[in-house]
Design a protein around this ligand. Sequence first.
Ligand code: AMP
Length: 280
Amino acid sequence: MRAWSRGERARGRRIAFVPTMGFLHEGHLRLVDHARERADRVVLSIFVNPLQFGPGEDFQAYPRDLARDRALAAARQVDCLFVPDAAALYPTDPLVKLDPGPLGATLEGRARPGHFVGVLTVVTKLFHWVEPDVAVFGRKDFQQGLLVERLAADLDFPVEIDVRPTVRELDGLALSSRNAYLDADARRAALALSRALRAIEQAWRGGEADPRALVRRGMDVLATPGVAPEYLVLVDRSLRPVTRVDARTVALVAAKVGSTRLIDNVVLGDGIAADTAVRP
Ligand code: AMP
C-alpha cells in the first residue's frame, strides 16, 4: 500500500483517502466522488476494525460483502481498494493506543467505552499505510469527524481532514451499513431519528431558542413505539451543551431501533435540507 502511494506521489499525484468499514452505500460513494474532486488518485479502504467494537457489540454480525463492494468501488473509479486483514493490521494486540481526550468521553464515547480509542488508533494506522494528502469523512458520524480533525491537528499529521454532509434517503433516513439490520417495520420506526432532528430544526427556525424546550420537542417525536432513545442533545462544535441555540448548534441523537443502534445529527443553521438526498 505504502509503495503504491509513494509511487503515485513521486509522479506528482495528490492522494485522497476514504476509510470505511465496507458494505458500501451511497453515503460512502459520495465521499469517493468528493475525494476524486480533491485529488488525482482515490484510495478506499475497507476494514471492519475489531478495536472499535465493545464486548457485546455487533463486530461478528456487522454486514460484509466484499464482492459487491469491489464492484461498487470499481464503478466509482476508485484507483486503489485497500482491504487489509486483521492479522496484517494487528499482528499483535496494540499496547499503545490513542487517547481521544474529553471530546471522546461524552455521547458515543460514553455509550461505547473504548470506541474512539479504536477509531483513532485504526485511523492513525491507516494514515501511516496510505499517506494521503486529504482524508474524507462523513458528518453522519459527527463526533468521529471532530475527533479525527483534532487527531490530525494535535498530532501534526500532514493530512487535511475533509468532513462532508450526511447522505440520506428521500424520506430523511441517514444511510448506514447498519440499516441492513432493519426490517420494514424497524425501518419505519428508524425515521423517528431524522424526524426528531427536523422537529428541533423547525421549532428553532420558528423562533424557539431554549435548548430544553427544543429537546423536549425532539423527544416527543423520537419516543415512538419500537424506538429506545439513548440521547438527544444540543451542543456547540466542541460538544458542550448550549444554553442558547444558534445556527452553529448541533443536534445529536442516538437511539436503539429494536436491537439496532443508530445515530444521526444536524447542524441547525445548515438544516437537514442541506444534506444530500438520494433514492434508495
Ligand atoms: P463506516 O463504514 O460506517 O465506518 O463509515 C465510513 C465513512 O463513511 C465515515 O467517514 C462515515 O462518517 C461515512 N458515512 C457513513 N454513512 C454516511 C452517510 N449517510 N453520509 C455521509 N457519510 C457517511
